[in-house]
Ligand binder design. Sequence first.
Ligand SMILES: [Zn+2]
Length: 78
Amino acid sequence: MSVLVLIGLVVAVGYFVSLRIHPLTKCRVCNMTGRHFGSVYKGTYRRCRKCGGSGRQDRLGVKLFYGGTNDTGSFTKR
Ligand SMILES: [Zn+2]
């Protein structure tokens, strides 16, 4: 049982380190393009509303544990 706890701990720590190093994930709505293409007029698009056209998205854990980076990827110093 203690081995399982140890493995769980290592995974958890690894996850937190990973959040710190890679705080962003690709936007699921626009798939990192930052664009939302029109369905009638091909080649027309607007900025993706979900990520504001950046294609970047905070990871869920970053929002939960670090308060988010506003989809910039850089943590504000406290
Ligand atoms: Zn997007």
